[in-house]
Every structure is written in C-alpha cells, then in structure tokens.
Design a protein around this ligand. Structure first.
Ligand SMILES: Cc1ncc(COP(=O)(O)O)c(C=O)c1O
Length: 420
C-alpha cells in the first residue's frame, strides 16, 4: 500500500491487502482544515518522514522538525508553547515530572568541582539528587539560609544557584532581587523552582528590582536564567498527573539543556500533555481560589492555642513577608500554609491529629482539588540554624478547592481530639 492521501483511496488500497497488513498500516491523516478547541493528541514513537529529503535534512534543535517521539509531537510542543507563554520565557522543555526537570538542570550544567548553592529549605529530592552528584561526580554542594543572602559566598567554582520562592514546607520568602543580582555579578546561573508561584504570583523573567533606590514601578526588571515548574501541581490541577518544565530566555542555555534532554531520552506522552493543556485555561481561577481559601484559614489557625507559629508569606511577622509584598504585586500566595505545634505536643499527638482529619488527607504534592496534610520534624530536615522558627512538630496543609468553612471545622474537630 502506498502513502495515503484520502480515505476512499486508502480503503480501496486496503481491500487489496491481507487484513493483517492493512490493519498494521497508518490509515487516515488529519486534513489541514480541521480545527478543534483542544489540541489533537498525537501519540508517537515513530514519526514517518515524507521522503528521504525530510529524513536527511532534519535537525535535532528544530522543534517543528518532527523526527521521533522523544523529540516531540505537535501535542507536546503545544503545551511547551503554552508554558513558554505563561512563564514569559522564550524556550521551554518538558520532562516527565517536576523532579526530572530539576535533575535535568543539575546534570546538564554541573561538572566535577563545580559549586552549587541551595537554600536550606529546598525541595528535599532536589537536595538528594545533588548529594548523589556530589558523591558520584564530585560536584560541591553548598547551603545558604533563605533568609540571609549574605550567607552565600560565591567562589570562582560557583556555577549554579537554586532559588525557591517561597521555600518548601516553611515558606520563607527570600530576597529574590538581591539573589539574582548577586549571582549575575559572579557569573552564576540562577535556577528558580517556580512551582509555588505558578507564574501567577509573579513573573520569573520580569521581576521588580525591589532594592533599586527609588523602588518605582519602572525600576529595572530582573530575570532568572532558568525557571523550573512542577506542572504536576497547579497547571495539572487534578492531583492525577506528573510533568515538569524548564523555561529559559537565553538560546545558548536552552540548547545546552536541550542537548542533555535529547541525550537522556527525556520524553512526555501526548495524552498527559493534552490533559495539562486543557487545565491551563482555568489555572488562574483555581489558583485564586486556593489562595482565598488559605487566607480564610489563617486567622483561625492563628487563634488556636495549640500552634506556636503559623507560616505563610502574607503574615506580617513571617520571614520574608516584605519581599513577598514587593515581588508578588498580585497579592497572591498559593494554597499552602504550615503550622508549628507547641513543643509540648509529642509525635503521637501529631499523628492522632492527622489521622482525625476527615477532609484533609495524608499525602504529598499539592495543587489538586483535595486538601492534603503532612507532618515534618524540622530538626531532621534543616542543616542551618533557624532562629525564625519555633521548636515543635510542623504540619503542612495544602489547601484544596473545598469550602473554607468546612476545612476550618475539620481542623477544629481534629484538634478537639487532642484534648481527650
Ligand atoms: C517545590 C517543588 N518542586 C518540585 C516538585 C517535584 O514535582 P514532581 O512531583 O512532579 O516530581 C515538588 C513536588 O512536590 C515541589 O513541591
């Protein structure tokens, strides 16, 4: 059977073939004129070349040059284009999870002897990946305090600075503008984990230089070099999907990352991309609601005697509150709030509290409709002193899209079990 151009021709051709042959051949090609609201789903390992010229002239870095499933399809590039747009970037790569996007940055940029600086509140699997690179390949890992830019002392070996805004679990909001300027002054590449802000709280490639003397709105804008986003969270919005993105504005850097992306065979499925593309149009509405629900919970949490501290960037006493105000001019702050129980509460009571919750479920991740809870031993996860944090077990609430009143009642009844 020859290449098919229309269905009636191909049906006739198929009739002359054995069924097993006909059923193994591609049949229908989408016509140019069909236009649907959602992007069609292309599933491909093999991509069929039109002819030998197309085969021989393909180029690995051309994203309209479809040549193999790992390279991408119109469905995967559609999502990459959407993410490029919302990040305010120029280039975007997709990876099968947020963690694999993080790992791509680490493995593409770091060589033996290079220093990588990470905040003490970093997403812990990123830390664990860097420890593995340190042990296997001699990358040098350095920690800085998310509340103190001066705790970074770059050297000639410094290569990469990771930034988390707000930091994982304890949500400190760093001095983003100073971090970027300090890294740029030393030729260090900045990689932001932009999952919390989701491109809605602030724009990673268009950040106000808040330390500029006059602090006017038209003050100089700053940009990170790389923005990594766990699309698993708010972009997916369902709690049922895994994906990550790596966005950049610099072509040379993008090509460096793309090269490693291709070498490692990093690829995402068309089905997953289509689901996330579909969810993106209502991400801003959902993010607003997660944020509003969280703001409604905060006064209640602050009123409870069981908690020594409530952690959220909107709270005036929170570490980095002023930076949050200056950077997140949208006033948004995602749907995560943590509490530190008073030190007298023991592990068994913390577990009793988590088990008593009915609407908050024990689980990692966030960004879906269902509220989640997780408990942490701060002393076990932090390396540097944390004078801004009280002693005690930390419980993180990831606020879903339920009604805030129901969530408050749920926490109330779970706290009441501690009195019994
Ligand atoms: C801040 C942050 N970055 C990255 C990730 C990794 O995303 P994924 O679960 O898609 O690997 C997570 C996941 O919890 C996260 O919280």
């Amino acid at each position: 059977m020859s290449k098919h151009t229309n269905t009636s021709e191909s049906n006739t051709a198929q009739q002359q073939l054995h069924l097993q042959t006909a059923i193994s051949q591609p049949i229908r090609q989408a016509p140019q004129y069909i236009h649907t609201v959602q992007t069609p789903i292309y599933r491909a390992s093999t991509i069929i070349f039109k002819d030998t010229d197309a085969l021989n002239n393909r180029h690995w870095s051309d994203d309209y040059d479809y040549s193999y499933g790992t390279h991408g399809t119109p469905t995967t590039y559609n999502l990459a284009d959407q993410i490029t747009h919302i990040e305010g970037a120029k280039y975007c790569l997709l990876a099968p999870s947020g963690l694999s996007a993080i790992n791509l940055v680490n493995s593409a940029l770091l060589n033996t002897g290079d220093e990588v600086w990470i905040p003490d509140n970093i997403y812990s699997p990123n830390h664990d990946h860097l420890v593995a690179l340190q042990q296997k390949y001699g990358v040098v890992l350095k920690f800085y305090s998310p509340t103190d830019v001066d705790s970074i002392q770059f050297s000639a070996q410094s290569k990469l600075l990771w930034i988390e805004v707000a930091g994982s679990i304890t949500l400190e909001f760093p001095d983003l503008a100073t971090l970027i300027k300090k890294a740029k002054a030393h030729g260090v590449t900045t990689a932001l984990d932009n999952t919390w802000g989701a491109c809605l709280a602030f724009s990673p490639f268009d950040i106000r230089d808040t330390n500029n003397a006059n602090k006017s709105n038209d003050s100089e804008k700053l940009a990170v070099d790389i923005s990594v986003h766990a699309l698993t969270k708010y972009p997916s919005g369902g709690g049922d999907m895994l994906m990550g993105s790596i966005s950049t504005i610099d072509k040379k850097l993008h090509l460096e990352l793309l090269r490693m992306h291709a070498l490692q065979g990093i690829a995402v499925s068309g089905d997953d991309c289509a689901q996330i593309s579909r969810s993106l149009s209502h991400m801003a509405l959902r993010y607003q609601q997660h944020h509003q629900n969280t703001l409604q919970l905060i006064p209640f949490l602050q009123s409870r005697a069981e908690f020594a501290q409530v952690l959220h960037p909107s709270i005036v006493s929170h570490a980095g509150h002023q930076h949050w105000q200056e950077i997140c001019t949208t006033g948004l702050g995602a749907g995560i709030v943590s509490v530190i129980f008073k030190a007298e509460y023991q592990l068994e009571q913390i577990q009793q509290f988590c088990n008593a919750l009915q609407l908050f479920h024990l689980g990692f991740s966030w960004g879906g409709p269902t509220s989640l809870v997780m408990y942490y031993d701060l002393k076990a996860i932090r390396k540097l002193p944390t004078p801004h944090l009280q002693d005690g077990w930390l419980v993180r609430f990831c606020i879903g899209l339920e009604h805030a009143d129901d969530l408050i009642k749920d926490i109330q009844q779970a706290l009441n079990t501690l009195q019994n």
